[in-house]
Design a protein around this ligand. Structure first.
Ligand code: NMX
Ligand code: MLT
Length: 435
């Protein structure tokens, strides 16, 4: 059996050399340009960060280390973690070794429960989750080693320890939050014989007679794991970690970004929107009713949650995986049927606005209806599930940024005066017929 640390230790020297050679040989080559609208528009589309754990081509969607997500969606989350970190799927012995390692690291200290217990009962589950991570900061192996003098070449090793400790603990923390927040009774202890995802399902304590909820959770935890860098949760984690703030600070920051309605909270908003739609029309709506409701949402100045994307220009393949799961496991569920009807109509409605760049569903459009069907009905908890999964990607990314000795993230801002001056003398990136 080979450990993750051993595989990474073998891979890192060559990866470092590759990055060094690239910088040395081609450091001055132009790879992108930046237009005024990109500066004003959330830096959309600027190629300015390297990330090898996954990529998101606009016309294909998530590719994890060369594998289109649909092709690895049936894998266990631990297999995906190994893939994200090493670029390869683990053999059986390595997978079992990783599972045992995570189980051994999974204890959430008692003070965390005390801190969460002191928070107001109406705290959002994401606030509890982020606080739970942040208050464990004193456990950081990176910070202890750094304070005792650590060479830059070695930063990745304690970052890997922090990553594995966080990943091991997030299901325990998140399940504890679920049980506390929704008065489900005492926390359920982890079962060390179960895999990471099955254990999370077990600790949530949702009745699962046929194992379908566990199956859904496995899928959920794989599909949300990573989405290149550039999305708010990954980029926040990356930026904070670049200051050598350890992964507890960084991942907590990433979760704070995930908690926004334009990012991870859209899954909560999406279920609410679907349920409101059904309540409004007294059950699964007709095509015309969906159109009316979507138009009313837009007229009220709101977005339709679960649709649109900053990068994708096609239906999110992660949506497709969830959709196929629903068609197989609960095709007649009225909430899922409503999601399916919305999928038929909303892209047209969004296209009619003439401004939405991607009218297609993203990862959040179907997941809530499935969780709802299998008994996890508390929509305000859904973003926590996203965060548990996202720990796999952003922590793997951090290990590699430290391995490649990535510098402090510090782009340049400009004043409006400067931008106006540049704009007036600059050339247009568009062809004459596009203007
Ligand atoms: N409903 C209504 N309007 C939309 C939508 C939507 N689903 N998507 C984009 N638009 C609007 C957008 O608000 C903007 O309007 P304005 O010019 O008046 O400010 C215009 O269309 C152009 O936006 P885009 O360039 O298409 O999208 P952008 O890259 O700025 O934003 C999202 C991407 C994801 C923030 C946006 O599509 C959105 O708000 N979607 C709904 C929320 C959502 O589902 N978020 C989850 C994304 C996935 N995730 O899990 O993180
Ligand atoms: C994600 O999974 O992070 C979302 O789809 C948002 C994004 O990629 O910008």
């Amino acid at each position: 059996m080979t450990s993750l640390k051993e595989v990474l230790a073998q891979q890192i020297p060559a990866a470092r050399q590759r990055a060094k050679d690239l910088g040395k040989q081609y450091g001055d080559r132009i790879v992108d340009h930046v237009s005024v609208e990109q500066v004003l528009g959330g830096m959309r589309g600027i190629s300015a960060i390297v990330c090898d754990t996954s990529s998101v081509p606009a016309d294909k969607g998530l590719i994890i280390r060369g594998h289109p997500v649909g092709e690895v969606a049936h894998r266990l989350p631990e297999e995906i973690l190994w893939l994200l970190l090493t670029g390869e799927l683990p053999d059986k012995a390595s997978l079992e070794g990783l599972r045992a390692d995570l189980a051994a690291r999974s204890t959430v200290p008692n003070y965390v429960w005390a801190v969460l217990g002191a928070m107001p009962a109406d705290s959002h589950p994401m606030c509890l989750f982020s606080t739970g991570i942040l208050c464990m900061e004193g456990e950081s192996v990176f910070r202890t080693r750094y304070d005792n003098g650590l060479r830059k070449e070695d930063f990745w090793e304690p970052t890997l320890d922090d990553a594995l400790n966080i990943i091991a603990r997030v299901p325990v923390l998140a399940a504890g939050i679920y049980r506390k927040k929704f008065n489900k009774g005492a926390r359920i202890n982890p079962n060390p014989t179960l895999d990471w995802g099955a254990n999370y399902a077990h600790m949530l304590g949702i009745a699962d007679p046929k194992g379908e909820f566990t199956k859904l959770l496995h899928l959920y935890l794989v599909l949300h794991s990573d989405h290149e860098n550039g999305n708010v949760s990954a980029m926040s984690t990356f930026t904070v970690n670049s200051a050598l703030s350890d992964l507890y600070y960084s991942f907590s920051a990433g979760l704070n970004g995930l908690a926004g309605p334009l990012h991870g909270l859209a899954n909560q908003e999406c279920l609410s929107w679907i349920l409101e739609l059904m309540e409004h029309f007294g059950g699964a709506p007709t095509t015309e009713q969906v159109r009316d409701f979507a138009q009313q949402t837009l007229a009220a100045g709101k977005v339709i949650p679960g649709y649109g994307h900053g990068v994708l220009r096609v239906t999110d393949p992660r949506f497709t995986s969830f959709y196929e799961f629903g068609q197989k496991h609960c095709p007649k569920d009225p909430v899922f049927e409503t999601v399916a009807r919305v999928f038929e109509i909303v892209p047209e409605v969004l296209k009619e606005t003439g401004k939405v760049k991607s009218p297609w569903p993203n990862v959040d459009a179907a997941s809530g209806s499935l969780l709802y069907h299998f008994g996890l009905t508390e929509g305000i908890y859904y973003t926590v599930l996203f965060g548990v999964s996202r720990a796999l990607g952003v922590c793997s990314q951090a290990v590699w940024y430290r391995a490649l000795m990535a510098p402090l993230t510090r782009p340049k801002s400009v004043t409006t005066d400067w931008l106006e001056g540049k704009a007036k003398t600059g050339v247009s990136a568009r062809l004459p017929q596009e203007k």
